[in-house]
Ligand binder design. Structure first.
Ligand code: KIV
Length: 262
């Protein structure tokens, strides 16, 4: 089956809502590859969700490469976007291009980086190297220290200027996180590339969620996430059933083991 491309995603603007979820490993990537989801995001939120870090600031290129390889091995139909981790693109255009190139070599179809106006040159350099870039504006978690926490971003003119700068620099789409729905609507109307929102209302061209929030696996879920499943409870129940069956001698049962023919 053909992998979704940047062109497929761009063409969806105004026609069909785009769907994206974070995916961090092979087994989930295999399962999700059998759905009609459009895009996988190997998000740096893997730092909190699978590595137990307090934030995304501890995530390195080595972590992203490791998880990208696992997702790529699932050979999904979905386009694979990979987050550029903190400090992998801020220092210089050259570093940004080299690190984006490394992620693409590992199988990423595009990279995502956080920031707007201030990332204009970085995005332009990566795009010039032939690598598709997804922008990320509004709440940018890699800057939560400077922002004073994970909060709703309200500065409409700055958000709009960031989106315009990213469009001019050549991004193929923009994630808008945690802003008023009216602001995301305005951005969506004013840029030619698809907007993909998280905590920014229904007027965007698409939506993205963290898979752990959707499945009910996360420790803390933001107000804008929707839990479609309570997998944490299901997992605990299954494990409790297993331990009691072992203790009661119910597992393994006859179909779970072989005996020598007599
Ligand atoms: O890493 C991540 O999960 C993200 C989403 C919040 C879009 O960047």
């Amino acid at each position: 089956m053909q992998r979704m491309t940047v062109r497929d995603i761009v063409k969806m603007k105004g026609r069909q809502k785009i769907t994206m979820l974070t995916v961090y490993d092979y087994s989930m990537a295999r399962i999700l590859s059998e759905t009609d989801l459009d895009m996988f995001l190997v998000g740096d939120s893997l730092g909190m969700n699978v590595l137990g870090f307090p934030s995304t600031l501890q995530v390195t290129m080595d972590h992203m490469v490791h998880h990208t390889r696992a997702v790529v091995r699932a050979n999904p139909r979905q386009m694979i976007v990979v987050d550029m981790p903190f400090m992998s693109y801020e220092l210089s255009n050259e570093t940004a291009v080299r690190n984006a190139g490394e992620l693409v070599r590992e199988g990423a179809d595009a990279v995502k980086l956080e920031g707007g106006v201030e990332m204009f040159e970085r995005v332009k350099s990566i795009v010039r190297a032939g690598i598709p870039v997804m922008g990320h504006i509004g709440l940018t978690p890699q800057r939560y220290l400077a922002l004073g926490g994970y909060r709703l971003i309200k500065d409409e003119e700055k958000i709009l200027a960031d989106a315009m700068a990213l469009e001019e620099a050549g991004v193929f789409s923009i994630v808008i996180e945690n802003v008023y729905a009216e602001i995301a609507k305005r951005v969506t109307e004013e840029v030619s590339v698809p907007t993909i929102c998280i905590g920014a209302g229904p007027h965007c061209d698409g939506q993205v969620l963290v898979l752990h929030d959707l499945l009910g696996l996360g420790d803390i879920s933001p107000y804008f996430a929707k839990k479609y499943l309570d997998l944490k409870t299901e997992i605990r129940d299954a494990v409790r059933k297993y331990t009691s069956e072992v203790r009661e001698g119910k597992f393994p049962s006859r179909e779970n083991y072989r005996v020598r023919d007599s």
